[in-house]
Structures are given as C-alpha cells and as structure tokens.
Design a protein around this ligand. Structure first.
Ligand code: SF4
Length: 328
C-alpha cells in the first residue's frame, strides 16, 4: 500500500542516517561531501534525494548501503546500527538493502548470461538447488517484464531498458525491503524511463518496497516521490512531502531548482538543473548559510551564521526565513 502524506510523518524510520559525515582528503583540507546529515527513510515510502551534480547525494547513498565508510555518524536499520560492509551487523542486513545504479552496462558482467547474472545473489543468499534457482530466475524475469525464454542471452543482446530490468530483477532476487535507486533511469530514453518508473511503482505496490530515489531530475521526482529531501553542498536544506516541497517550497535553493524545470508534462521533457553561479567547492564551503553566495534572498546574517533546520509544514527547511518569530 502506498502511504498517504498524512501517515508518512508518523511512521518509524526503516533506515536512518544519524549525523552522518563522509569527508575525503583533499590537497587543501577535507572535502566535506556529506556533512552531518540526519535523514529518515520510512517503510513503504519513496523518498527522493535531489540536488545538483556534486552535492553529495551519491556519496550519501553509498554510505547508507555500506559501500563508503562514513567519517562520522551512524546508519541504523530498524533502529539497529549497521557497521561497514563485512561487519556482522551489516552482513545480517545485506539482503534487506539493495542498490540499482545509473549504468546497467557497468552493473552487469558482459560474460554472464542473464540467468547467471540474476542467479548470483541467489547463490550467495539462498539455499536453492539448481532447479529451484532457475525457477526463481524465471519468476524474477517475468516480474520485471522480461520473457524467461531470454535467460540464456547476454547483456549486449538487450536494449538499455531491458538491461536495467535485469538489474532490477537482480536487486529483487533476495527480497529486499529497501532499494536505493541512484539515477536509475537517467541513462534511458524518456519513453523507456516511463516504463521503468511504472515497473518500480508496480513492484513497490506488490512487494511493499521502500525506495530511496536519488536523482537530479525533478520530473522523475514529481512522478515517483512521497517525500523529498533536498541536498546542497553536503547538507540537507529542505525536507517535506512531495506536494509541499514541489508546490510550496520553503527554501530558496529548492525554488531555484524548480524554476529550471518545465512546469507541464514532467516526464516528457527532461531538463538539467541550472542555477546561476558556480557551485562552491565542498573543500571550502561558504561561511554561514552555504547557499548564500547564490541565494537571491540572502541578507547580512546569511554569510555569518549557519541556519539550522527549522520546522515547516511537513518537514524542515534550513533557511532563516523559516525561523519562528521570537516572542517580544
Ligand atoms: Fe538564502 Fe539566507 Fe535562507 Fe540561506 S539563510 S537560503 S542565504 S535567505
């Protein structure tokens, strides 16, 4: 069942990033790709994580699934802390969290048939005999709209959309609860994108999946998301229900992103996010509000003090303009 906006805010998190940071060493100091992010992904929802290229969203995703060790902070699944890949706690949850990447060509071994590719996680995580495994592969192929008779083909014999369906079947193989989709449709033609997005929605309904959907494409966000988290220079700057963030944004950065997107037929026109000015380096983020160098609403305080996340209708906004007025 797809959650309604009203009950999204009350359900407990399935996955939580708690004060999570990922800093990389740089020639002139640490590059703060992810800087103290606390974020919940709730069961059965689609949370879209959006922002320009280089804002840190893919690094955050990799840290959540254990592919990138955090510099600080923790990742919790149903309240239990997950360690790095290879730790007992992470291995125990490995099958619960799967990831679909942007480029299916890079995700699939060109020397393996579709059957062998989809069976790989089954060999690792299930005790099937070969007959049961083939049956499960055929079921998975049917679930993602691929004819089981194609199972002896190789990736180069498929279209891009079919290859991404194979990646989805692989991710589904171990019956995960959360799938992180990192720009999962960005490399596909618009018509194929729509088919894959519809497939992901159908699978969510059928299996009660939770999605963390990472994308720079606000058309995709409008189509898919229940809630949205907006990232800028390693920080979350706005969260809320999809309706609130897209139609009543409370943060000037989100407003700028939305201004760059055509307002009608979001799936039919894909447009890159464009903002005036360069994105500052995460090695040297601006003082105060990190967006102040590009913000059309900036005022004196913005360059001196970092805003906290202030509560707004269905989420939070990191902008002084949303600070509650102090009592006189
Ligand atoms: Fe703009 Fe200031 Fe708000 Fe930052 S705090 S988004 S600079 S108005």
């Amino acid at each position: 069942m797809i959650p309604s906006p009203a009950n999204l805010t009350t359900r407990p998190p399935l996955l939580r990033a708690a004060a999570l940071s990922v800093h990389f060493p740089g020639p002139s100091g640490p590059v703060r790709a992810v800087d103290g992010i606390t974020l919940d992904v709730r069961e059965n929802e689609t949370l879209a994580l959006v922002g320009e290229s280089g804002c840190g969203k893919s690094t955050l995703a990799r840290a959540l699934v254990g592919l990138q060790p955090p510099t600080a902070g923790t990742v919790l699944f149903e309240g239990h802390e997950l360690g790095p890949l290879g730790s007992r706690a992470r291995d125990a949850r490995c099958r619960d969290i799967q990831m679909i990447f942007q480029d299916p060509d890079a995700s699939l071994n060109p020397r393996l048939t579709l059957e062998a590719s989809i069976a790989e996680p089954l060999i690792l995580h299930e005790r099937f005999n070969s007959k049961q495994r083939v049956r499960r592969v055929c079921d998975l192929m049917a679930q993602v709209g691929l004819a089981p008779s194609m199972r002896n083909r190789y990736p180069h014999e498929l279209s891009g959309g079919q290859r991404q369906r194979v990646c989805i079947a692989r991710a589904l193989a171990v019956r995960p609860r959360l799938i992180v989709c990192d720009e999962a449709v960005s490399a596909l033609d618009v018509s194929v994108q729509a088919q894959i997005l519809n497939l992901l929605k159908d699978l969510q309904r059928e299996f009660g999946l939770t999605y963390l959907f990472i994308t720079h494409d606000l058309g995709v966000v409008r189509y898919m998301a229940d809630r949205i988290a907006v990232m800028y220079l390693g920080q979350i700057v706005e969260t809320g229900s999809a309706g609130d963030v897209l139609d009543h944004s409370t943060h000037p950065y989100t407003e700028s992103l939305l201004a760059a997107v055509p307002s009608r037929d979001p799936l039919g026109h894909k447009k890159r996010i464009r903002l005036l000015g360069d994105v500052p380096s995460p090695a040297h983020p601006p003082s105060g509000c990190r967006f102040h160098t590009r913000c059309p609403k900036a005022f004196a305080r913005c360059s001196q003090e970092m805003p906290q996340l202030y509560p707004v209708s269905s989420g939070e906004s990191r902008c002084f303009l949303n600070e509650a007025p102090k009592d006189a």
